[in-house]
Design a protein around this ligand. Structure first.
Ligand SMILES: [Zn+2]
Ligand SMILES: [Zn+2]
Length: 342
């Protein structure tokens, strides 16, 4: 089958990849749309390349149902990014991302993908192909899961550190949930797009000498109720830990080596309300990684309740123009980029 191969140094080629093997319990899907994920830049940009591609956000139509009782050939399906064993405690709750045997889908930027039938979602008629990719993969699932599980509620102020695609999604969803969002980034274009997604205020981290004071000024000295680290930069994590309101939550959704151990020293810098270690301020520090399979229908409900999730998609390219799509994405395309397969 035709597919993308990462060649290293921010280049790719269209090549013949091995046809995926359909094993017991698997289903073969002809890809209709796949999304570029920020995490792919970890292998796209450096030298080295890959045998194929790390694409993992995908939807399509069933090519071979392989005995499925739920799906028939031609049905539109979303394929879950993480595929669990299907039998363990976590899989049975629809939290397959916690499954010890979970594997990440790959080679989604290809003609076909194979996944376990139990990790396929039916796509309703009112959900377009590009939107289905966002819902079934982690494009919308991660910002949805982080926003909901952190407990963001109407009247909250939240801070989103880093408005790449995940940060933009969180800005959009948290605004929808009734929070006022402070978006923080170094990229003026990203901040302008965050305003389109509903951000209440923005902070350019390059141009603002004292980000902590800027955040406290915006929040009457209290700090945001919930802060989200979506950039994985230790200094920004420190700022989040130091400025979040006592009793609030800091959630990290970023890949990175940042962590709490490096924050401890700096917490003594606080004044007044912010004074004290994070335990002394009753801070809740949480992580959020992938999305649960079981979140899919809740995301669709949110869309049917008025969330205009398609606004997060800022670029659609034909699959054949993938090289251009990746080039633009690596340069900092504002929202999600979708490849449309013919
Ligand atoms: Zn992803
Ligand atoms: Zn499992």
């Amino acid at each position: 089958m035709r597919g993308i191969r990462f060649l290293g140094n921010s280049t790719l080629g269209m090549t013949d990849l091995p046809d995926p093997e359909v094993g017991p319990g698997d289903m073969l899907v002809r890809v209709k749309a796949s999304a570029i994920c920020g995490s792919e830049m970890e292998t796209f940009i450096p030298p080295g390349g890959l045998e194929g591609n790390p694409g993992h956000e995908v939807m399509g139509v069933v090519e071979d149902p392989n005995g499925s009782k739920r799906f028939k050939k031609g049905d539109r399906v979303g394929v879950a990014t993480l595929q669990g064993c299907g039998e363990c405690f976590w899989c049975r709750q629809g939290k397959q991302d916690f499954c010890k045997k979970a594997s990440v889908l790959k080679n989604a930027h290809s003609e076909y993908v194979v996944g376990k039938e139990i990790w396929m979602q039916p796509v309703p008629d009112d959900i377009t192909d590009p939107l289905a990719v966002m819902l079934a993969g982690d494009g919308m699932g991660v910002p949805y899961g982080a926003s909901v599980r952190s407990g963001v509620k109407p009247g909250d102020i939240t801070a989103v550190f880093g408005v790449g695609p995940v940060g933009q999604g969180m800005t959009m969803i948290q605004t929808f949930l009734g929070a006022r969002v402070i978006a923080i980034d170094v990229n003026p274009k990203a901040l302008a797009f965050a305003e389109e997604m509903g951000a209440w205020k923005t902070i350019n981290a390059n141009e603002t000498r004292d980000i902590r004071s800027a955040i406290w000024d915006m929040t009457d000295g209290f700090g945001p109720n919930v802060s989200f680290d979506a950039c994985g930069v230790q200094e920004m994590f420190n700022v989040a830990m130091e400025t979040t309101i006592p009793g609030g939550t800091v959630m990290t959704v970023a890949h990175g080596t940042h962590g709490i151990d490096n924050v401890r020293e700096r917490l003594s810098f606080h004044v007044d309300l912010q004074k004290g270690e994070f335990w002394g301020r009753n801070l809740c520090v949480r992580g959020n990684w992938a999305c649960h399979f079981g979140d899919y229908t809740d995301q669709i409900s949110m869309i049917r309740n008025g969330l205009q999730a398609e606004r997060l998609i800022t670029a659609e390219y034909s699959f054949e123009d993938a090289a251009e799509a990746y080039r633009r994405f690596a340069e900092g395309e504002r929202g999600k980029t979708i490849l449309i397969h013919s």
